[in-house]
Design a protein around this ligand. Structure first.
Ligand code: ATP
Length: 236
């Protein structure tokens, strides 16, 4: 079966500084995977390589069998990958509503596309703040907006890089609840987060990376059964 996303033996560097050393991972349709590892191990660099922000020096990235590496980021997005980037990056001078519609599309003609109403149902707080500028939102509201904006592109795969970082516990819980609902809806996810407990509950499989290499991969149950993996590579 062709994976939805296939990252195969990818090497990536920032100029002369190589960061990824033969990273391979795959995501099936409707599957939730995580990339786990200490700070600076290459999680965000893996995301940047998938998204075409960084061109791998070797290896390949394919989406539903079509090669992505070398393609500009907007084409990667059009292939059906939505990104909720680290740091959120909402458009500060656009309103909530404008942020949501700015990049909206339904290129793959999904049967039940994301609309403003659906996003507002998921995050009622965004409806209340509809006319506020991005810059005036709280961190949690900006995070909801970043997720809503990515959903409005109707992706087949959504990548979330540190989506709960710096948020209050209640807001964090709301984000985890949202991700569970997206999973239940059949959306494939790649989640990068420091909170291992919720990752274990949400995800099907995990990739643990260390210094730009996958050092362990397996199911949530396998990770629960092997606590030394987290101890050794994440320090928990
Ligand atoms: N723009 C850049 N130029 C040069 N080196 C970079 C750049 N961005 C990241 N790096 C380096 O690449 C390595 C991997 O960084 P990356 O951001 O992928 O790590 P990470 O696992 O996502 O960690 P974090 O949790 O800190 O975000 C680090 O050594 C980092 O210093």
């Amino acid at each position: 079966m062709t994976a939805l996303l296939n990252v195969e033996a990818v090497n990536s560097a920032y100029d002369a500084s190589q960061v990824l050393f033969g990273i391979s991972l795959e995501v099936q349709a409707r599957e939730v995977i995580t990339i786990i590892g200490r700070n600076g191990m290459g999680k965000t660099t893996t995301v940047k390589t998938i998204m075409g922000m960084l061109v791998p020096s070797s290896g390949s990235v394919t989406m539903a069998g079509a090669k992505l590496n070398g393609k500009p980021t907007y084409k990667v997005a059009r292939s059906g990958i939505g990104l909720v980037p680290e740091g959120r990056h909402v458009f500060p001078n656009l309103s909530v509503r404008e942020n949501l519609v700015a990049t909206a599309q339904n290129r793959h003609k999904v049967a039940q596309p994301w609309t403003l109403d659906r996003v507002y149902q998921m995050f009622p707080r965004l409806k209340e703040r509809e006319r506020n500028l991005g810059v005036n939102l709280s961190g949690g509201e900006q995070q909801m907006l970043a997720i809503g904006r990515a959903l409005m592109t109707n992706p087949k795969l959504l990548i979330l890089d540190e989506a709960t970082e710096g948020l209050a516990p209640l807001i964090r819980a709301e984000i985890w609840d949202c991700l569970q609902r997206l999973k239940d809806n059949g959306l494939a996810l790649i989640v990068i987060d420091k909170n291992i407990g919720p990752l274990l509950r949400l995800a099907d499989r995990h990739y643990v990376i260390e210094k730009g290499k996958v050092v362990w991969s397996g199911t949530s149950q396998a990770l629960r059964d092997n606590p030394q993996v987290l101890h050794e590579y994440v320090g928990v």
